[in-house]
Design a protein around this ligand. Sequence first.
Ligand SMILES: Nc1ncnc2c1ncn2[C@@H]1O[C@H](COP(=O)(O)OP(=O)(O)OP(=O)(O)O)[C@@H](O)[C@H]1O
Ligand SMILES: [Mg+2]
Length: 452
Amino acid sequence: MTSKVMPISRFERVGAHSHIKGLGVRDGKALPVADGMVGQIEAREAAAIVVDMIRRGKMAGRGILLVGPPGSGKTALASAIAKELGEDVPFIAISASEVYSTELKKSEFIMQALRKAIGVRIREIRKIYEGMVTELEIKTGKSPYNPYQQVPVGAKIRLKTKLEEKTFNVDEAVAMELIGKGVQVGDVIWIDAETGRITRLGRCEEVPSEYKYDIEVSQKVPLPRGPISTEKEFIHTITLHQLDVSYARSTSSSIFSLLFGGREDKEIPPEERQRVDRMVKEWVDEGRAEIIPGVLFIDDVHMLDLESFAYLGRAMESELAPIIVLATNRGMAKIRGTDIEAPHGVPLDLLDRLLIIKMRPYTEDEVKEILKVRAKEEGVKLSDDALEVLTKIGVESSLRYAVQLLAPALEIAKYQGRDVVTSEDVKRACEMFIDVKKSVSYLKKYEEMFLK
Ligand SMILES: Nc1ncnc2c1ncn2[C@@H]1O[C@H](COP(=O)(O)OP(=O)(O)OP(=O)(O)O)[C@@H](O)[C@H]1O
Ligand SMILES: [Mg+2]
């Protein structure tokens, strides 16, 4: 008997909001469909103002609450805000229920989340060796643990600038770095004089012709001008939490030794945090660092309890606080763990400090547009009637349910040897994977039969 094993295809995971690339707002006006966002014009324009305020440092210590029915795009809007802010501004997203699911105390979890959302941009002058690599020879020797294996034990490297050329013998650690970074003859690199860390800047414009490739994708950089041994300014952005973690571990106060490694997920004593705060303020005063308040997004915030809300409110008032963005789909609700009714399940004193953005329920046309964007993102081709049926499901059941049917409907179409999803495929998917209303009424029927 012969059997054929199919190769495993690449594991593909399409995040629920991966189609969202930004707010789709230009000059303060939201375009009906742009950057993957559809409709919600007022909410998107409000969010754009928030993004501008964050960028100009006018939002620190304040908060936003996104309210709207399930599936109206609150989480989507928050991820659009994150995209707009860019890589350099920390954006931490948690779901309120995570507060209860870690081994940390609730207050510690919230504190860590807050401090992950504050960036510190540090400038530091380092002594380095800079140049184009003109010779590179990795020396290998027997591994001390396995004599049959050759491992790098050092390297000889020759660097060149316009001014001079020098050969260096480097140790095993630097040799490993050279291999790890894929350094080749013709690259321009920096070697940190103290730590041996290598930064590969790109291919040199003046690569000797025998080392030139016909097709090169690396960035081209000029041959450095000055001496090989020089000083450079490095800029790192790290978070207060990373500093807390490193500081709790390290005894040194040199910035560089604080940048690597760390003891994650342990409780950090408050005195250590205070020390970090003092240290960061000193760096800021000396002009070596800059604080970048980022965003902490807490989804389904009605899941927080009174204690956590109190803690959050207090933290928002502290000097180093990020911008808080909260989202909920609850109207009047009990604050978790109490009998107190409050709007959105959020205590009034916290609500007072928030700007509220409301999301509208979608029209049929908007549901259709969102489904189109999502189908494209997931690589699902829909026939016109399939899109009609899905839209109807989106309106009658829920948008999220309709979005979730896309993937199984495509599988069903594939079984039939088609790559375009028809309305039949959607209906079939709908029968196989039922929505919440149907699953509840199904079980109710059986409860009535059995529990009498
Ligand atoms: N305006 C929109 N433009 C594009 N995609 C959207 C929009 N609104 C929602 N979506 C998409 O629809 C799905 C459901 O939206 P989302 O998860 O943001 O809803 P929600 O308001 O956070 O709901 P819940 O209250 O249940 O958390 C997601 O895949 C989301 O990316
Ligand atoms: Mg959500």
